[in-house]
Ligand binder design. Structure first.
Ligand code: FEO
Length: 403
C-alpha cells in the first residue's frame, strides 16, 4: 500500500510508523471498546533504527508509513522493546525484507523471540543500561522487567528527549489523533486507567521498581512514546504520577457493586445495597454483569475501596458470570479492599459460600457473613441489604481514615 499511509513526525528525527487497529475488541480477555494502535517508531539517525513493529496482519500499513520517508531497506537496526505478538508478530518477516545489520532485544527478549519465532540467535541481547550509537544519536536501553513481560525494556533517546516506553504509559485507543492533546480528556483518562487496571495492576510492584529506575531520566524526557495509543507530549508529570499512585494501590471512597440476577431478586438486593452505600456517604457504582464487561469492572475497581459482589445460586454454584468476573479480578491482585457478598437463592445458597471463598483469597476485609435472601426480598430483607451497604461504607471510611 505504498503512497496511502504516511509517517507522523514525533520529534525532530523520530517518526511514528505504526498501525491503527480500529476493529479489535478482544485483547486477551480485555474488551478494547475503542480499538487500539500498535506503535512503531523510526529513528532517522546516521544509522536508521526501527523500534518495535506491529501485529502481523498490519505489517503492510507499517511498511507503507516507513516507505513514505525512506526505502525500508535502508533500516540498519531493529530494536524489540517487547516480545509480545502485538509488537513482534511481523518482526522476523520485516527483518527478512529489510535485512538490518542487527536486531536487538533485552536478554529475556532475545530468548522470548527465539521461543516464539525460532530465530536461531538472530536477536542480539543488550544489557540493562547499555548504549547503542546510531552515529549522530545515541540510544540507551533500560530493562523494565514484568512491565508487561519479563523481556520488557524501554529505549531512551536523550538528544530528542524521547522515551519509547513499550506497553507502559500506553492505552488501547484507536484514532487518527497521534498525540494526547488531540484526544478528549475524558476518553484519554478512562482508557489510560483501564489499561493499567487490566494489564499492569497485578505487576504493580514491578511498575514501582521501573518508575524508580527511570526517575533520573524523567527530567530529560519531553515526549513519552508508548506502544499503544497516543504519544504523550504534555502533562508528563501527571502521566507518570498516575502510575506512581496506581502502583501503590491507593484507594478512595468509592464502591463497586458487581452482580448478576436470574429473576430480578439479586438485582433488587444490589439496588438496596447501593442506596445504603450512598446514604452513608460512599458513592456506589452498580455493575450488573449482563450489561458490563469484566475489563470495565476492573477499570472501575482501580481506585475504588469497596467491592460488593452478589450472585444467585444456580446448579449448586454461583451464577457463572460472577465466576468469570471474580476469577478475573482475583488474578489482577487488587489489595486493600473492603467488601461484602450477597445473593438470592431458591433451595440452597452456595453462591454465598463461593463468593466468600474467592473474596477471602483476595484478602478482602469482609463485612458480615454474606447476606442471603430466600427467593424474592421483602421490605425487611431490602432494609437489611441497605444496612449492609451502610456498614460497608462505614468500614471503608474507617479504613481510609486509618482506623
Ligand atoms: Fe502491547 Fe504486552 O503487549
Amino acid at each position: 500500500m505504498p503512497g496511502v499511509f504516511e509517517a507522523v513526525k514525533v520529534t525532530d528525527k523520530v517518526y511514528w510508523v505504526g498501525a491503527i487497529d480500529w476493529g479489535v475488541r478482544d485483547f486477551h480477555g480485555y474488551l478494547t471498546s475503542r480499538g487500539t494502535t500498535y506503535n512503531a517508531y523510526l529513528i532517522l539517525a546516521d544509522k536508521i533504527a526501527l523500534v518495535d513493529t506491529v501485529k502481523a496482519p498490519l505489517k503492510d500499513q507499517m511498511l507503507a508509513r516507513i516507505a513514505s520517508l525512506i526505502d525500508p531497506k535502508q533500516i540498519d537496526v531493529i530494536i524489540s522493546n517487547h516480545s509480545e505478538m502485538d509488537h513482534s508478530g511481523c518482526l522476523l518477516s520485516v527483518a527478512d525484507l529489510v535485512g538490518p545489520q542487527r536486531i536487538y532485544a533485552s536478554a529475556q527478549g532475545a530468548k522470548a523471540l527465539d521461543a516464539h519465532f525460532h530465530c536461531d540467535g538472530r536477536i542480539e541481547a543488550v544489557r540493562d543500561g547499555q548504549e547503542l550509537s546510531l552515529g549522530n544519536l545515541k540510544l540507551q536501553f533500560f530493562e523494565t522487567r514484568m512491565c508487561h513481560w519479563p523481556d520488557s525494556m524501554v529505549s531512551f533517546l536523550e538528544q530528542e528527549g524521547l522515551l519509547i516506553s513499550q506497553d507502559i504509559f500506553g492505552m488501547h485507543l484507536a484514532g487518527t489523533e497521534r498525540f494526547n492533546d488531540e484526544v478528549a480528556p475524558a476518553v484519554l483518562d478512562y482508557e489510560y486507567a483501564k489499561y493499567y487496571a487490566n494489564i499492569l495492576l497485578p505487576l504493580s510492584s514491578f511498575v514501582a521498581k521501573a518508575l524508580e529506575k527511570l526517575a533520573p531520566l524523567l527530567p530529560k524526557v519531553k515526549v513519552i512514546a508508548p506502544d499503544h495509543g497516543p504519544v504523550w507530549r504534555s502533562g508528563l508529570a501527571d502521566v507518570v504520577g498516575r502510575y506512581q499512585r496506581w502502583s501503590r494501590q491507593k484507594r478512595c471512597n468509592q464502591a463497586v457493586v458487581v452482580y448478576d440476577t436470574m429473576w430480578g431478586s439479586t438485582a433488587l438486593m444490589a439496588q438496596a445495597i447501593g442506596e445504603g452505600l450512598r446514604l452513608a456517604g460512599t458513592p456506589a457504582r452498580l455493575m450488573p454483569m449482563g450489561a458490563n464487561h469484566r475489563s470495565d469492572v476492573a477499570a472501575a475497581m482501580l481506585e475504588a475501596g469497596a467491592l460488593v459482589a452478589g450472585a444467585p445460586t444456580i446448579n449448586n454454584t454461583m451464577f457463572p458470570t460472577l465466576g468469570d468476573v471474580m476469577t478475573y479480578l482475583r488474578g489482577l491482585k487488587p489489595r486493600g479492599l473492603v467488601g461484602a457478598v450477597f445473593g438470592s437463592y431458591g433451595w440452597s445458597a452456595e453462591s454465598i459460600k463461593d463468593l466468600t471463598a474467592i473474596m477471602t483469597e483476595m484478602k478482602v476485609d469482609l463485612v458480615g457473613e454474606g447476606l442471603k435472601v430466600h427467593y424474592v426480598p421483602d421490605e425487611a430483607a431490602l432494609l437489611q441489604c441497605r444496612q449492609l451497604g451502610t456498614d460497608v461504607a462505614k468500614r471503608l471510611q474507617q479504613v481510609l481514615a486509618g482506623g
